[in-house]
Design a protein around this ligand. Sequence first.
Ligand code: GMT
Length: 375
Amino acid sequence: MRIGISCYPTYGGSGIVATELAMALAARGDEVHVISYALPSRLSLLNSRIFFHEVVTPTYPLFDNFPPYSLALTTKMVEVARHAPLDVLHVHYAIPNAVSAVLAREIMAPQPLPVVTTLHGTDVTLVGNDPNYLETTRWGVNQSDAVTAVSESLRRTTVEQLGTRSEIHVIPNFIDPARFEAARQFAGARRWAQKGERLLVHISNFRPVKRVLDVIATFERVQKQVPARLLMVGDGPDRGKVEQYCREHHICGSITFIGSLPLVEEVLVGADLFLLPSESESFGLAALEAMSCAVPVIAAAAGGLPEVVDDGVTGFLRPVGDVEGMAAAALRLLGDEDLRRRMGEEGRRQAVERFSQDAVVTRYRALYEKVTGLP
Ligand code: GMT
């Protein structure tokens, strides 16, 4: 099958999922055309069945700061669909990708171009439900030939907040077990540790929804009891604020801001705990990646996180903002190495059993077969 995949190229989970899916489909024999405004960070073009198409958005004085990216994206989708030619177009993140894709389908008619839209979270919860985008987002979702959401929680939220009427298939995010098995050899997080330090890790795009100050507040409480280091991985709008807080509270010495890393296992393997206290999280791919590295997760009981982290079994979930509870859970695990190891290993087992790439990619492939009628 010839599959178009459109996504954001940056370090967000939606771009990672789209990229991993593209590479897995190509490895199985499909031809995959990735469409985005820049090369996604993890996309390898070394498979001869993967192609990358950059969306270029020309500017013009009249546009001021608002060049019409959605139209340039639609135009690129049509160009690729016509000349590849594509059998199906799978877009990740509804805004503007779903709307651009439906428009591309209309332009392509009568040549069919079924559109599959995968909702990732903030395209519904933070951006899609904004009155400035709501009507168009709902239309893009309703007009798609198939819609998926990465968790049951996001499926419910989409119906509630966008008022969509299409069937939404829940297809969770996934990991490649082989990649994480190979990572077991890595020096991983221990590279950053000083003698006797326990290692806590947080990975995100440092947006307000991630509640990065809660990570620091939890760590401060832990560090009072146990020698520890916090690895802050990623980058984004709240990083400056958090670094300033650390300077003002004289805790910079035990917190390392690493920046964005394409392969998160480089910092997860060998870590003691992973912290994700988000306000909302449709799935929490970083939590799944931590589990895949046998690292227990302490997270907020928000959105789809309870569908990923088994509370009391592969980590602990606490109410949003409950930094006392998260710190107590962290201290409990750091004080009981047997329990910490057992939870980590169970996390790895569940990650492989419930979120393996092969099974999830098969489900996406089945959806493409359904909307195209092709084998
Ligand atoms: O987290 C974000 O703000 C960006 C967004 C993205 O594009 O990566 O993340 C969402 O999609 C991920 C992949 O499906 C999910 O693992 C994240 O939970 C989800 N983020 C939120 O819901 C806040």
